[in-house]
Design a protein around this ligand. Structure first.
Ligand code: AMP
Length: 216
């Protein structure tokens, strides 16, 4: 099964993708993670993408389509892919169709996680991760049990994404509404969309996603 997770920044796509990856042996493909790795490595692609990411704008379709094509070529995804943060434009969705078709596959389901803009700003600006193992935390909702120490690995260094400031989040939301939201109608026309209420608690969201996938 190939699953697209759609929703605004901070809706919980990454969290849900990681859980589904473990549960259903799917391979998570996150263009945001790939781009951040390219920025950190200082590659040419990272240089092209970095400035746009800092401004909360989308990077050009060709760059992210290339990243997805490469990851699919690596022969991963036996049971299928979870696409997290891709596609974000109609052009990317069409490129995804072509890539999957060449493997004899398709997008099977699109789960849209819906969350209000104001809740997203609070969620995103409070989040931080363990710099060692990547475990996610939040100033309001999930602090480490011992202050300054990661619950999972004991690490004591934490980091925040450069684009998680309120100003940039507002730009990312604008990009979402203008460029990505039209994909909901695009996939609805193909009868592939299940919407879940991302304002609910995390277990409820998980259950709703499981129901959507098992009914697919
Ligand atoms: P994310 O981690 O998915 O929130 O992505 C972080 C940033 O990376 C976005 O604000 C964009 O600048 C860029 N980005 C990630 N995925 C895409 C994509 N599919 N298309 C264009 N830009 C992307």
């Amino acid at each position: 099964m190939n699953l697209v997770l759609l929703g605004p920044p901070g809706a919980g796509k990454g969290t849900q993708a990681k859980r589904l990856q473990d549960l259903r042996s799917l391979v998570q493909l996150s263009t945001g993670d790939m781009l951040r790795a390219a920025v950190a490595a200082g590659t040419e692609l990272g240089r092209q993408a970095g400035e746009l990411m800092e401004q909360g704008q989308l990077v050009p379709d060709a760059l992210v389509i290339g990243l997805i094509a490469e990851s699919m070529d690596e022969g991963k995804g036996g049971a299928g892919f979870i696409l997290d943060g891709f596609p974000r434009t109609i052009g990317q969705a069409e490129a995804l169709n072509t890539l999957l078709q060449s493997r004899g596959e398709k997008v099977d389901r699109v789960v849209v996680i819906e969350v209000d803009d104001d809740a997203l700003v609070a969620r995103i600006t409070g989040r931080f991760t363990c710099a060692t193992c990547g475990e996610g935390y939040h100033e309001l909702f999930k602090l480490p049990k011992v202050e300054g120490v990661c619950d999972v690995c004991g690490g004591t260094k934490f980091s925040r994404r450069a684009d998680d400031t309120e100003e940039v989040v507002r730009e990312r939301l604008k990009a979402y509404h203008a460029q990505t939201e039209p994909l909901i109608g695009y996939y609805k026309a193909q009868d592939k969309v299940s919407a879940v209420d991302g304002m609910a608690d995390i277990e409820t969201v998980q259950k709703e996603i499981d129901q959507a996938l098992d009914g697919a």
